[in-house]
Design a protein around this ligand. Sequence first.
Ligand SMILES: Nc1ncnc2c1ncn2[C@@H]1O[C@H](COP(=O)(O)OP(=O)(O)OP(=O)(O)O)[C@@H](O)[C@H]1O
Length: 255
Amino acid sequence: MAMSAPVLTVAGLHQRFGATEVLRNVNLQAHAGERLALIGPNGAGKSTLFNAISGLLRPSAGDIRLHDRAIAAMPVHRRHQLGLARSFQISQLFAHLTVRDHLRCAACWPDGQGYRFWRLLGRQSALNARVDGWLERLALAARADDTAAELSYAEQRTLDIGMALASEAQVLLLDEPTAGMSRSETARFVPLLRDLTKGKTLLMVEHDMGVVFELADRIAVLVQGELLACDTPQAIRANPAVQRAYLGQAHGDHT
Ligand SMILES: Nc1ncnc2c1ncn2[C@@H]1O[C@H](COP(=O)(O)OP(=O)(O)OP(=O)(O)O)[C@@H](O)[C@H]1O
């Protein structure tokens, strides 16, 4: 994995809000098929980094590259067209649209048709077969004709992530994927997420250290806007600077 060219590169990233520098010279790479978790204390700059990568913020300085394309100045939809999708902590679903129709919308995206043609495309059997496949993989087949509002919170998160996957995004940014879930929902969701995202490049912000250590291939630790370390879970667990800055307390709290 370390030999492959990075899929996502953050290089020398700075983010200032007025006089306050919230991110300072952040350098990060994610490789194809790698699951990278971003952790750090409250206010460390995790959401700010996510916002810069997904396109909600224009960095003050530095580069963000998707494969070899510079994306730091691109609007969100262009990044999505290039295969970068973000799932939000609060699901971005339409309350009255069914699960099947959500997935149908998302599955139209790679055909380059845009959302407005989804009704027309819905008649096509290839698209329907693709959507049926996603319903199975997401374990949402029994909920296909229910509206998003009728789903449990965990099912809504699953659908939200499923839409990113159905749009054939290769790089997924997941904003606290298990936040708000009960322990049993999290226990069911983590293996599902692992299975669904196999082969995808994943960058996630997650506060639950149990989830982080179970899912991540590498963990990036952000402290006060600077990247303190980025390494395997074992190395991060053993890193004295990380323990001092954050993990000693947080790991004990969450697991
Ligand atoms: N638009 C903004 N304008 C000014 N300051 C901001 C803005 N957005 C974030 N900040 C500040 O930047 C710092 C980092 O915030 P950020 O939300 O990125 O941290 P975080 O690591 O995601 O925290 P948490 O774990 O609590 O979500 C905080 O001090 C926050 O107050």
